[in-house]
Ligand binder design. Structure first.
Ligand code: IVH
Length: 661
């Protein structure tokens, strides 16, 4: 095993180094950024798992390519690092969690500064007493190429600053899309080779041994950071960009100061939507902790700062072979084809299966078993098959897939409903896959939330005959489950305690947990408000169900069908469980949204929230246009400021107490 990993590490290193050379030295990449990221992520993973195989010369320890032989070298006074990448919201949230561990200890207000991630190349400009003295590329992060003479010929980069300050300015040189197109048009006329994209055109134009060639190329520049700050004495990223502006250094005006992750995610979504209309190419959003005191506190790793992350637009992709197509039966009986893949590394994880949704999708993709496929891991965790590489089909044994006519779990003849759910198994009470699926769903986080009772254990209990219906969970005892392999006394006791603790639950959780087809969490809440208790669910008429918002005939029918199938189980659950009465909200603060900020001396945060909710109000975590009142305790920070900016009503603690009474 270790041998083959050693071999793989060697292979990855040489591939990455080759692509580094192609990208950084020849400005002619052969693979996409996301394919490159996959190689690096895989190497990082192996090096983390087998540190003894990681060497200090690994490309994961270096930034970018080596400086080109024909330029003079410049050593950066502070290394030019790269940014850590995020591909999904979860990655951004864990970046925030890590940062907050450090920041929150200080209890001082903080914010995020968001910028576009410009798709060009990083350079450093050194100004001495207001005069541009040196310019360099990033190179390997420590030593870059001296491109001073070339940079002097970029019109938008000032030779002289508005004040005679010394500074090391970092930023991105890029080419606008219209300039790139015009450049390629004229190159075509001249019979010159065309640039693949604006970034390569920018890099190729800047790294010319003859500066006069650079002079003829339409290059642009935005500054976003410093090396040694020297005379630049500011406290935050926002101030830094303002300072650059005042010195005549171009910066991107499209930035946003954010006081919460929600705002950051909003900026990301808005930017992503605008991306195609922008005059230049960007490949993501850079999220930076705004305050320099916190940036210093967070520091850097050997390759990237801990105070910033690049949230990329393009989800990671990878190419692999489709080994088979399996059909899974879900808890509602729907048959879903799933791609069984040759395991492939994609955006930080090994992927061995992908969803194919339904048979129409397979036909649309013209997918055959044995095909080479491109997969993508976007927002959600389940990877998707994006396309088939038809050009790789030659001389391959391919097999056409057909959906089964009988349920792979129970053998019942499947029902085919065109345009609705596709194929499904009608034996809801008898089909093992559906029974097991419902049990797993019942215990899951958003349903009964039986902590520590995960799918693997449930499957084993089910196979053993201990579980068949949700009510069976409550008949389990430590003695009954102790016989299973890897189950110890402590674990058995804990598991049973966690199950028993869920005898008390809410009606909405239970309705959702039953797994009625077409009834999600939100709808379960609405149904709970209408039926009020489990008896109510057993009695409610079709007409009453139809009065509920979002309940149409299909949903009403599926509720009634489910109720008929599981009548005795629902009755049994109503005897076992203590269901909290459904509270209907009322009170003087009905419809008002509150945000708590700073610390209150007389209440804990949760007490204050409870008091608000008892009066019919809701509490929110961040200040938005929908906020009605901000309750500001001592040392309230950015939320208070935002409330003032938005003109939202603000109560201090004394006012809160007065209003409570
Ligand atoms: S901040 C410590 N801000 O992304 C690195 N970088 O992988 C600080 N980039 O080398 C960089 N737009 O070439 C920063 N608004 C932005 C950026 C940006 C593009 C590039 C830059 C850097 C690479 C990081």
């Amino acid at each position: 095993m270790k041998r083959s990993i050693e071999k793989r590490i060697k292979e990855l290193k040489s591939q990455i180094e080759r692509h580094n050379r192609l990208y950084h030295e020849k400005d002619a990449p052969k693979i996409s950024d996301s394919e490159y990221d996959n190689l690096v992520l895989e190497l990082k993973k192996w090096e983390a798992e087998y540190p003894e195989l990681a060497s200090s010369t690994s490309p994961t320890k270096k930034v970018g390519g080596k400086a080109r032989a024909d330029f003079d070298k410049i050593t950066h006074s502070v290394p030019m690092l790269s940014l850590d990448n995020a591909f999904e919201k979860e990655d951004v949230l864990s970046f925030e969690t890590r940062a907050l561990r450090v920041i929150e200890k200080t209890q001082a207000p903080w914010s995020y500064f968001c910028e576009f991630k410009m798709d060009g190349l990083a350079i450093e400009l050194v100004y001495h007493k207001g005069q541009l003295t040196k310019a360099s590329t990033r190179g390997d992060g420590t030593v870059g190429e001296d491109i001073t003479e070339n940079v002097r010929r970029i019109a938008c980069i000032p030779q002289t600053l508005q004040s005679p300050l010394s500074a090391e300015v970092r930023g991105e040189v890029f080419m606008k899309i219209s300039d790139f197109q015009a450049l390629n048009r004229s190159r075509e006329k001249e019979g010159d080779t065309l640039f693949v994209n604006p970034r390569n055109a920018a890099a190729g134009s800047l790294r010319q041994l003859d500066p006069e060639i650079t002079a003829q190329r339409p290059l642009s520049f935005f500054a976003y950071g410093t090396g040694l700050p020297l005379d630049i004495n500011v406290k935050s990223q926002a101030d830094l960009l303002r300072k650059f502006q005042s010195l005549g250094i171009p910066t991107n005006p499209d930035t946003r100061l954010c006081s919460s992750t929600e705002e950051v995610l909003k900026f990301y979504a808005e930017t992503k939507a605008r991306r195609e209309k922008l005059p230049y190419e960007i490949d993501g959003v850079v999220i930076k902790v705004n305050e320099f005191t916190f940036q210093d506190l967070l520091g850097t790793t050997s390759n990237h700062p801990r105070w910033a992350v690049a949230y990329k637009f393009d989800a990671p992709r990878a190419t692999t072979t489709l080994k088979d197509i399996e059909v899974q039966v879900g808890r509602t009986g729907i048959l879903t084809p799933v791609a069984v893949l040759e395991p492939v590394f994609c955006g930080g994880v090994t992927v061995s299966s992908a969803t194919l949704h339904n048979e129409e999708e397979i036909a649309r993709l013209d997918l055959k078993i044995g095909d080479e496929v491109e997969i993508i891991r976007s927002g959600d965790v389940i990877p998707k098959v994006l396309s088939v590489r038809k050009e790789a089909r030659k001389n391959k044994q391919l097999k056409t897939f057909e959906m089964p006519s009988h349920c792979p779990s129970c053998g019942a003849k499947v029902v085919l409903e065109q345009g609705l759910v596709g194929r499904w198994c009608p034996k809801s009470t008898k089909c093992p896959a559906q029974i097991e699926g419902r049990l797993i769903h019942f215990a899951s986080k958003d349903a009964l939330n039986m902590e520590g009772v995960g799918p693997q254990w449930i499957s084993r209990f089910y196979d053993d005959g201990l579980l068949k219906l949700p009510s069976d969970f409550f008949a389990l005892t430590p003695e009954k489950i102790l016989k299973f392999e890897r189950m110890g006394e402590v674990l058995a006791k804990k598991m049973i305690q966690s199950i028993q603790a869920r005898r008390q639950t809410t009606l909405a959780r239970l309705i959702y947990g039953l797994g009625i087809p077409n009834v999600g969490e939100t709808l379960a809440q609405k149904i709970a408000k209408q039926v009020l208790n489990l008896e109510g669910l057993l009695r409610v008429s079709q007409d009453k169900l139809l009065q509920i918002e979002d309940v149409g005939e299909i949903v009403a029918d599926s509720i009634i069908q489910f109720r008929n199938d599981f009548d005795s189980e629902i009755k049994k659950l109503s005897e076992i469980l203590q269901i909290q009465a459904v509270k209907t909200k009322s009170g003087p603060w009905l419809g008002k949204n509150f945000v708590l900020t700073g610390s209150l001396s007389g209440f804990t945060r949760s007490e204050a929230q409870r008091l608000i909710e008892e009066r019919g109000g809701s509490s929110q975590s961040s200040v938005t246009k929908t906020t009605t009142v901000v309750i500001a305790g001592a040392e309230a920070g950015s939320k208070l400021k935002k409330a003032q900016d938005l003109g939202i009503e603000i109560w201090d603690e004394a006012r809160f107490i007065k209003e409570l009474s």
